[in-house]
Design a protein around this ligand. Structure first.
Ligand code: ATP
Length: 356
């Protein structure tokens, strides 16, 4: 187990500022995911930690020891790429045992370790196959076992599942979490898939333009986004311009006052009201208290399986997304989602946020 600490990491490529003073600490045994739009610097940060790319400035510390001067193979970190990068002319067993052979482990020790790892990644029985005789998911399991073979204290994974089908991805991400947990390995995981990051991480780090915008537990990043970009990037968010009174206590959208429990991020003046579609409540106009909540009209609906997602145009201007449980929608005979239906729109104050 080891703590990985990246401090003040800066890297330019020509005119591109790929990383702009990034600080990231992953505690011993922690699982941290890096997410953000294409080009935000996720891969570069991982490559700097691994030693494939040098930082212009900053430190890479492993348990407090600066390893920035060491080449990749002397850092002792495990690395798994998006493209499995297996040796095509070596068998599964030879791929898994490669690093152990290089460092001169005995034949018996290698055989034992390879058998253990093959079992761990559920590849027992396929040890003599070549990579081209395996499915994509199986190849990625080999790549994972190969990275784990020398017992690295830290594992760095760069979009390891992005080439796989959705079903296999969901299965394999849970396997990866199970395996690194059982070994106590500190893990940094780069992904495009925000749902994947929420599902498997202790800490989700959202990056943009070479900087970290927010870092926190999956729940914190999803329920308490600190930045409008984070709110929109992780899941679906409603973002409505609002005004906040000078005391930072009351929130108004147009002429309506909106209740928000947590006003800690609010500043007097113009702001953004942020909440999730599942925290929107809808009351049919004929049941609603006149003047309460925002009035809106259903413009579109999408059946997503567990929920029906409605897009409503609000009278005061702007659109709002609301999820209604499919069960409630079915009971109402599907009429709730009808285009043109009028509702009073409420927001659960416990889950609404105000950003400056
Ligand atoms: P993606 O999700 O598309 O993989 P990313 O977040 O991993 O993107 P990086 O690959 O780290 O982003 O790239 C960050 C920025 O640095 C991008 O603008 C990219 O074009 C640039 N960049 C990365 N590597 C190089 C390189 N070797 N030469 C020039 N520019 C580079």
């Amino acid at each position: 187990m080891a703590m990985l600490d990246l401090r003040g990491i800066t890297r330019r490529f020509g005119a591109t500022m790929a990383l702009d003073g990034v600080d990231l600490t992953v505690p011993s045994g922690g699982f941290c995911s890096l997410i953000g739009p294409s080009g935000c610097g996720k891969t570069t940060l991982l490559r700097i930690a691994a030693g494939f790319v040098a930082a212009d400035r900053g430190q890479v510390l492993l348990d407090g020891r600066d390893i920035a001067g060491l080449p990749p193979h002397r850092r002792g970190l495990g690395f798994v790429f998006q493209s499995y990068a297996l040796f095509p002319t070596k068998t599964v067993a030879q791929n898994i045992g490669f690093a152990l052979m290089l460092r001169g482990d005995s034949r018996r020790a290698i055989d034992r370790r390879v058998a253990d790892l093959a079992a761990m990644v559920r590849l027992t029985g396929l040890e003599d196959r070549f990579p081209h005789e395996l499915s994509g998911g199986q190849q990625q399991r080999v790549a994972l076992a190969r990275a784990l073979a020398p017992e690295p204290p830290v594992l760095l994974l760069d979009e390891p599942l992005s080439a796989l089908d959705a079903g296999i991805r969901v299965h394999l991400r849970a396997e990866i979490r199970r395996i690194v947990d059982s070994l106590g390995i500190t893990t940094v995981y780069v992904t495009h898939d925000q749902e994947e990051a929420l599902a498997i991480s202790d800490t989700v780090v959202v990056m943009r333009h070479g900087r970290i915008l927010q870092s926190g537990t999956p729940q914190a990043v999803y329920l308490r986004p600190a930045h409008s970009f984070v709110a929109g990037f992780v899941g679906t968010a409603n973002l409505l311009p609002c005004t906040i009174d000078a005391a930072g206590a009351a929130v108004r959208v147009g002429r309506m006052t909106v209740a928000v429990d947590d006003m800690t991020a609010a500043r007097g003046g113009a702001g953004l009201l942020v909440w999730r579609p599942e925290h929107t409540t809808l009351t049919p106009m004929d049941h609603a208290v006149p003047g309460e909540g925002l009035a809106g009209t259903v413009e579109a609906s999408a059946f997503l399986g567990p929920v029906v997602r409605l897009t409503l145009r609000i009278d005061a201007g702007g659109t709002v997304t609301a999820d209604i449980a499919t069960r409630a929608w079915s009971i109402a005979g599907g009429t709730m989602a009808a285009r043109g239906s009028r509702f009073r729109i409420g927001i659960d104050p416990a889950f609404a946020r105000v950003l400056p």
